[in-house]
Design a protein around this ligand. Structure first.
Ligand SMILES: Nc1ncnc2c1ncn2[C@@H]1O[C@H](COP(=O)(O)OP(=O)(O)O)[C@@H](O)[C@H]1O
Ligand SMILES: [Mg+2]
Length: 216
């Protein structure tokens, strides 16, 4: 039986006099993968950021597991549960491990607790072999995998990934897509924005398309 994790109703967002989100409603189920396609400027990033509480909506209702809010109010308690990963993730000027540990440290977890989680996440993302490389020197795909590990260690229920495979070579794409498929197989709900030209082929995903402010 499917279980709705996050439900959105009537999301509205006007930007520059245009209705970027024009009454969007959707249900995201637990442990399901979704691909959100749409042209450049169709509002994919805006939708992801509204769902993560990083950008205000003008109107709409969100329900996260039965708890409801009227936007633009977004409960702080939801933020660690719905994590957004930027298209060009910013990596801090510390080590790969330091980047992955960042959110855990910010939560005040003691070292002996986060150390093990960071090690696991590095193995999961396959970034141990580049652990000694300064993050700014990593390839695009390696940066993306570090960013995914950094998000995953926070054990969010919903991951919102903004064009995670754009500008990657074939091998980089394959590795990121492999991680994406494993995430929803492990019970995390995953919403992946991607450009129309770059339709992501992933097993079992549901497809959503954003055009003229509406979902289809
Ligand atoms: N701060 C802003 N002010 C005005 N317009 C914006 C702003 N941010 C985004 N937009 C516009 O909103 C639209 C949707 O942008 P975006 O969500 O980034 O689309 P996508 O991710 O699908 O490329 C675009 O037309 C963009 O120019
Ligand atoms: Mg975008």
């Amino acid at each position: 039986m499917s279980q709705v994790l996050l439900a959105a109703e009537g999301l509205q967002r006007r930007l520059g006099g245009r209705r970027v989100l024009d009454g969007i409603s959707l249900n995201l189920e637990r442990g399901q993968g979704y691909v959100l396609s749409g042209d450049n400027g169709s509002g994919k990033s805006t939708l992801l950021r509204v769902l993560a509480g990083l950008e205000a909506a003008d109107a709409g209702v969100l329900r996260f597991q039965g708890e409801q809010t009227q936007l633009p109010r977004y409960p702080d308690s939801w933020r660690p549960r719905a994590v957004y990963v930027h298209q060009h993730p910013y990596l801090f000027h510390t080590s790969v491990a330091g980047n992955i540990a960042y959110g855990l440290k910010a939560r005040g977890e003691p070292r002996e607790r986060w150390l093990h989680k960071v090690e696991e996440a590095m193995d999961w993302a396959g970034v141990r072999e580049v652990a000694a490389v300064p993050p700014q020197k990593l390839s695009g795909g390696e940066k993306q995998r570090v960013a995914m590990a950094r998000a995953k260690v926070l054990t969010p229920e919903l991951l919102l990934l903004d064009e995670p495979t754009a500008n990657l070579d074939a091998e980089g794409r394959r590795r990121v897509m492999d991680l994406l498929a494993r995430l929803y197989a492990e019970g995390v709900s995953v919403l992946i924005a991607c450009h129309d030209r770059e339709l992501i082929e992933l097993p079992g995903v549901q497809r959503l398309h954003l055009e003229n402010g509406k979902l289809s």
